[in-house]
Write a protein that binds this ligand. Structure first.
Ligand code: UDP
Length: 325
């Protein structure tokens, strides 16, 4: 089968590329390399295993040829990370909405099985014990750019479900909860690679706010396995599905855990939100997935321990900064 992955040079996308190639599929990648990195898929491209089209998923000159002979689509291309969204609000909203329309339109016209990568951000300020896909979304004011990402991804979800309802697009919407692992760059927010790099380099770990905010971190390999299983599950068509590891940890405890694993005596430096993100930023206090729908659909949920994921990231960063490289 030929698989199209938009955002395939990015963090999650490139791991998905690896997994589909390992299965023997052909892979086409569309990526504008705004946050994705060619080196993530460089070897595959050089060896002719991946057809790489560099450009915007909303550009017909890119996306039309990309659909040639495709039997499965993952739409991952999107504005990534809180820093990026705060710095470039217009481009972020355009990317998220225009690219999704372009991809869903073509996939619907051809009846191609599609997976859309949304985010746990769409729950907004809802801090329930375990967020269920049918729970309310709660957003702040439109003057606060923070909510632009959540609202644009939620609008993409409406688009995907609208294409499903009215034009029969066989789509599954997944909400990813703080996915992390090798190849994730800390440049756009992403707390785990940031802390690991800070610890390895002996710099202070920048904990924003009081460090009491809670998150659940999911290993990227678990996420890829779940996404592939979902696209092979007919009952997942037309569904919105949380993908995450339900184990919860505070950001303060994450900092201590990273230092312990890396063997670093770096100290924690508390940074107020305004210094980190600028004025008027609102952080989510808590975000925990209810994964019962995922378990029911595919029979498993992400379970890789955060400790193992931190070790994987640390090994990659240590190799990268080793002397002689
Ligand atoms: N965070 C932090 N220090 C950093 C980067 C992030 O304390 O250097 C916090 C951030 O404020 C948030 C959590 O870690 O509460 C997770 O941030 P990330 O950007 O990884 O993902 P988010 O959950 O915001 O989508």
């Amino acid at each position: 089968m030929r698989v199209l992955i938009t955002g395939g040079a990015g963090f999650v996308g490139s791991h998905l590329v690896d997994a589909h190639l390992a299965k023997g599929d052909e892979v086409v990648v569309v990526d504008d390399l705004s946050t994705g990195r060619l080196e993530n898929i460089g070897e595959h491209v050089a060896a002719g295993r991946v057809r790489f089209l560099q450009g915007k998923a909303e550009d017909p000159a890119i996306i039309d040829p990309a659909f040639d002979g495709v039997g499965l689509v993952y739409h991952l291309a999107a504005a990534v990370g809180v820093f990026q969204i705060l710095a470039h609000p217009l481009a972020s909203i355009r990317t998220n909405l225009d690219a999704s329309s372009a991809v869903f339109e073509r996939a619907a016209a051809r009846g191609i099985r599609t997976l859309f990568a949304s985010t746990s951000e769409v729950y907004g300020k809802n801090v329930s014990d375990a967020l269920n896909e049918d729970d309310d979304t709660i957003y702040g004011a439109t003057k606060v750019n923070r909510w632009l990402y959540a609202v644009s991804k939620a609008t993409d979800e409406f688009l995907a479900l609208g294409y499903h309802q009215e034009l029969g697009l066989p789509v599954t919407v997944v909400r990813l909860f703080n996915t992390t692992g090798p190849r994730q760059t800390g440049a756009y927010g992403m707390v785990v690679p940031r802390f690991v790099r800070q610890a390895i380099e002996g710099r202070p770990l920048t904990v924003y706010g009081d460090g009491g905010q809670m998150r659940c971190f999911t290993n990227v390999h678990d996420v890829v396995a779940a996404l592939m299983a979902l696209t092979a599950t007919p009952a997942a068509v037309g569904e919105v599905v949380n993908v995450g590891n339900p184990r919860e940890i505070s950001i303060g405890d994450l900092a201590a855990l990273v230092c312990g694993i890396v063997g670093s005596d770096s100290k924690v430096q508390l940074v107020d939100y305004e210094s980190a993100y600028g004025k008027g930023f609102e952080d989510m206090r808590r975000r925990v997935p209810d994964v019962s729908r995922l378990r029911k659909l595919i029979g498993f949920v992400p379970t890789t321990p955060l400790e193992a994921t931190i070790r994987e990231i640390a090994a990659e960063i240590a190799a990268e900064i080793a002397p002689g490289r």
